[in-house]
Design a protein around this ligand. Structure first.
Ligand code: GUN
Length: 288
């Protein structure tokens, strides 16, 4: 029997999105124009197309204007940099999102670094990464921000808690660690070279799994009563042999027997990522 309380990311995200829609209406009543997000999608990656479609629909629902810039996978890096420069200059554009991954002939780091830091609603620009790491205000990447929001809504104050972040990517693991340090947790960052990951994980009151390995974190790795945030979205074959299903980085049924709180996949972190993108876009528009 499952003991853990499931953290309803979808419900949290819907509340946040409703708050943002209200704030957009209030800003317009005070004379501001609607916030505007430019979304750049290069190529035909199917997952990226779904993500971009969902982001644009969420913008629309919150009263945020989204301007989609779709380009062929053959777009050159120089052409993409020219588009980013044009969006940087455009005073009607508050936020710029370049969907990743980019085609292999384009240097993603160069493109991210070309985005104006104050329009970087993904929070991937090195200036925003530096602001986060040094405790300054800036844009925080949407997925770890969503994870922090879920943790605070579930646990309240997390100061002094033992937290482990499994994964050290620039998009999730590293910014997540910075956010947890900012919230005064005691933070361990584990990765593929870490020794005895089960032992490290068993110490933690908070486990954030962001490794991209289906169901890697097992129930017996967890401290009873801990809180598990599962960032993984992995598509695996169904046991029946036909079709696929989505699983996280955590073996959910086992983990739910040990943890006090756990996010499901889907319906946990994913919806919060989009809500936090809207929040960042509203913030970019408010600062313009
Ligand atoms: N690809 C996967 N996740 C993200 C994200 O949060 N932002 C962008 N721009 N691309 C992504």
């Amino acid at each position: 029997m499952s003991l853990g309380q499931i953290i309803d990311g979808k419900a949290h995200a819907l509340r946040l999105r409703a708050d943002i829609a209200q704030a957009v209406i209030a800003a317009q009543a005070a004379g501001a124009r609607a916030p505007a997000l430019a979304v750049v999608l290069v190529g035909e990656d199917p997952a990226s197309q779904v993500y971009v479609r969902n982001k644009i629909a969420a913008c629309h629902e919150a009263g945020i204007i989204s301007i989609e810039h779709r380009r062929d996978a053959t777009l050159s890096q120089a052409e993409l940099l020219a588009l980013v420069a044009e969006l940087n200059r455009d005073r009607q554009v508050d936020g710029i999102l370049v969907q990743l991954p980019l085609p292999p002939h384009i240097d993603s780091a160069a493109v991210i670094s070309a985005i104006a830091p104050d329009k970087d609603v993904d929070g991937f620009h090195p200036v925003n990464a530096g602001r986060l790491a040094t405790g300054l205000d800036g844009f925080v990447p949407c997925t770890p921000l969503g994870c922090l929001r879920l943790l605070e809504a579930t646990l309240g104050d997390i100061s002094g808690a033992e937290a482990i972040v499994i994964g050290r990517s620039n998009i999730v693991g590293r910014p997540m660690a910075s956010l947890l340090i900012g919230a005064s947790a005691t933070v361990t960052v584990a990765h593929s070279r870490s020794r005895d990951l089960p032992e490290l994980t068993r110490r933690a009151d908070i486990v954030v799994a962001a490794v991209g390995r289906p169901e890697m974190v097992r129930g017996h790795w967890l401290k009873p009563g801990c809180t598990v945030i599962d960032v993984g979205i992995n598509r695996v074959a169904k046991e029946s042999g036909t079709g696929t299903r989505l699983v996280g980085d955590v073996a959910f049924a086992e983990a739910a027997d040990v943890a006090a709180h756990i996010t499901p996949v889907p319906g946990g972190v994913g919806p919060m990522t989009i809500a936090c993108l809207l929040e960042n876009t509203l913030k970019a528009a408010s600062r313009a």
